[in-house]
Design a protein around this ligand. Structure first.
Ligand code: 5GP
Ligand code: MG
Ligand code: MG
Length: 184
């Protein structure tokens, strides 16, 4: 699949699945004793977080409800501007609930920073972030991220939900693209 397009495999299917299990176990331990009403609410940001969300929810040793948001940030296809518009909002009220945002990747952190402010305004009982990947840029911006799967180098990656021009989301691993893919 996509033969010839992938330059290198950064994270294998096994490495991803081990990490998802580890994160889910940690979250399960941390939220076991939470007293808020109702199940934990997982908020996945479409489309990139879909694979992570579904694997994470199944690995989580406690009940969770799945919510999705779709946002668009104005900017080029490979960087974001921090100006965000909601394309699809949550289906339910999160007031008084424990909410965990699941992200595929944090680069500048601008999208996430906006999302945190937006969701915090809805008065959840708690609001935390779990990201599978984090790039070095993310440390420059002050966004509280409680759970991080992998810190990765500043390279554009695809697979496991992450796309380039809507392709490669369906790859089961995470890798970098051949330069020829960008120029064609
Ligand atoms: P941020 O607002 O943190 O700069 O960017 C977040 C979004 O940019 C991610 O949710 C993702 O859609 C996109 N993005 C950032 N880095 C990468 C990358 O290396 N690969 C892909 N496919 N998307 C990325
Ligand atoms: Mg994302
Ligand atoms: Mg994208």
């Amino acid at each position: 699949m996509y033969e010839g397009d992938i330059a290198s495999v950064l994270l294998t299917e096994q490495q991803i699945s081990d990490k998802v299990a580890e994160l889910a176990k940690q979250v399960g331990e941390d939220y076991q004793t939470k007293a808020s009403a109702g199940d934990l609410v997982l908020v996945g940001v479409l489309k990139g977080a879909v694979m992570f969300m579904t694997d994470f929810a199944r690995a989580l040793p406690m009940p969770a409800q799945l919510e999705f948001m779709a946002v668009t940030s104005y900017g080029s296809s490979t960087s974001s501007s921090g100006v965000v518009r909601i394309l699809k909002d949550l289906d339910r009220d999160i007031a008084g609930r424990d909410v965990l945002i699941l992200e595929d990747i944090i680069d500048s952190g601008l999208t996430l920073s906006w999302l945190l402010r937006n969701l915090a305004g809805r008065q959840p009982a708690s609001l935390e972030v779990c990201t599978l990947l984090r790039k070095p840029e993310a440390s420059k911006i002050d966004v509280p991220v409680r759970y991080v799967g992998f810190d990765i180098p500043d390279e554009f990656v695809v697979g496991y939900g992450l796309d380039y021009a809507e392709r490669y989301r369906d790859l089961p691993y995470i890798g970098t693209l051949q330069p020829t893919v960008y120029s064609s």
